[in-house]
Design a protein around this ligand. Structure first.
Ligand SMILES: Cc1ncc(COP(=O)(O)O)c(C=O)c1O
Length: 389
């Protein structure tokens, strides 16, 4: 029972790599044991994780990629790899909220402080914040929820000239729509949970880099012991094969939904850099090759009316982790309130992830939701008028 059926040798060749499960690596002989030039332990990843890392290097134009068990772990792991006690981080205020939680909590406990700048800050304005302690600038463009654009190439070039590293959360672009490492950024991080895996059933993250940043990430991953399962790595690699096709559909459907939303009387403002007229459109057109399925908008009404909308929608699920095949919606105001440079907006804000359903079905669903919103909003108005009278 112990020796029968053990792996004998290479299997038949298939386009997809095999799922190689293994904690123990069996070394050929004592010479290989002492040379340690081949993997000697499964934690760092075997054939399946290696295949995924190779493909992600191609996607992100990177020399090396580290895998992490979630997108958040990739962000926290990479930030930890690049900083130490006494260092300071400058972060864009529109970063993914759990990244801020890590900076405020764990990093502060380990002696790393953070200051925030608004997404509109220019390279010169960020340069004026740099002190001898500044070690890392954390970017996200388009930023979470409000989708504000940053001039990433000029911020990253400025940082490099000051000897400060840059790290970007590149999850919106999925590595396809924007290539940060070609624009002087040192580390590109993605939640692979989103578009790369693409089916809302896997957690994984990656950090891609070249040169010294890649070496720092590799050392830290080795020391800390980040590991992902070969089954999950297989699913991420499988997702990569259709990533371009899915993203193109998400982006096109989002633009159809956005054009319709712009015409609806209940909608005050659309936040989406792919739309002409958005403040980030010029940077987006210069740097990005397309849009994903994310879109935010504000509404003319109150929280009760928003609840009526959310409870009426059928195709848009109420859920956070976007990038899968399905459409989702979340209210944003509670998360926005945590920002240092909060922009006051005139109405409640929602974020949509436009999935792969037919856009006309999504529009019909949204119209039903907006009807419920409008009915509740006018009831609230009538009540307010009666109270005032
Ligand atoms: C922009 C962004 N970065 C990172 C993450 C974290 O990814 P994960 O859920 O894989 O930890 C998310 C999740 O919503 C996200 O929206």
């Amino acid at each position: 029972m112990i020796h029968g059926g053990q792996a004998a040798g290479p299997a038949s060749r298939t386009p997809a790599p095999s799922i190689q499960r293994g904690s123990t690596v069996l070394l050929a002989d004592s010479k290989q044991f002492s040379a340690a030039t081949t993997p000697t332990y499964g934690r760092g990843g075997l054939a399946t994780q290696d295949a995924l890392r190779t493909a992600l290097c191609v996607l992100e134009h990177a020399e090396d990629v580290q895998l992490y068990p979630s997108g958040l772990a990739a962000l926290t792991g990479a930030i930890q790899a690049l900083t130490g006690a006494g260092d300071e981080v400058l972060a864009v205020d529109t970063i993914y909220n759990p990244t801020r939680r890590f900076l405020v909590g764990t990093m502060a406990r380990f002696g790393v402080t953070t200051r925030y700048f608004p997404p509109t800050a220019s390279a010169d304005e960020i340069a004026s914040m740099i002190t001898p302690a500044t070690r890392l600038i954390v970017l996200e463009s388009p930023g979470s929820l409000t989708l504000d654009m940053q001039d990433v190439p000029s911020i990253a070039a400025m940082a490099r000239a000051h000897g400060v590293m840059t790290l970007i959360d590149n999850t919106y672009a999925a590595g396809v729509l924007f290539k940060p490492l070609d624009h002087h950024v040192d580390v590109s991080v993605q939640s692979l949970t989103k578009y790369v895996c693409g089916h809302s059933d896997v957690f994984m993250g990656m950090a891609a880099a070249r040169g010294p940043a890649a070496a720092a990430l590799a050392t830290s991953a080795h020391e800390i012991g980040w590991a992902v399962s070969p089954d999950d790595a297989y699913l991420a690699l499988r997702g990569l094969r259709t990533l371009h096709a899915r993203l193109a559909l998400h982006g096109a459907a989002m633009l159809t939904v956005a054009a319709w939303l712009a015409q609806q009387p209940e909608v005050i403002d659309l936040l989406c850099p792919a739309l002409p007229g958005d403040p980030g459109h010029a940077l987006w057109s210069r740097d990005f090759s397309g849009a994903c399925g994310l879109l935010s908008f504000t509404l003319d009404g109150d929280g009760r009316a928003v609840d009526a909308l959310l409870d009426t929608l059928e195709l848009f699920g109420l859920g956070y982790s976007w990038g899968g095949f399905e459409s989702l919606v979340i209210p944003c105001d509670a998360q926005l309130a945590k920002r240092a440079h909060m922009v006051r907006r005139s109405g409640p804000m929602l974020r949509l992830h436009v999935g792969l359903e037919h856009p006309q079905d999504l529009i019909a669903d949204l119209r039903r939701g907006l009807d419920a919103f409008a009915a509740t909003a006018s009831l609230s108005e009538q009540k307010q008028e009666m109270t005032a009278a």
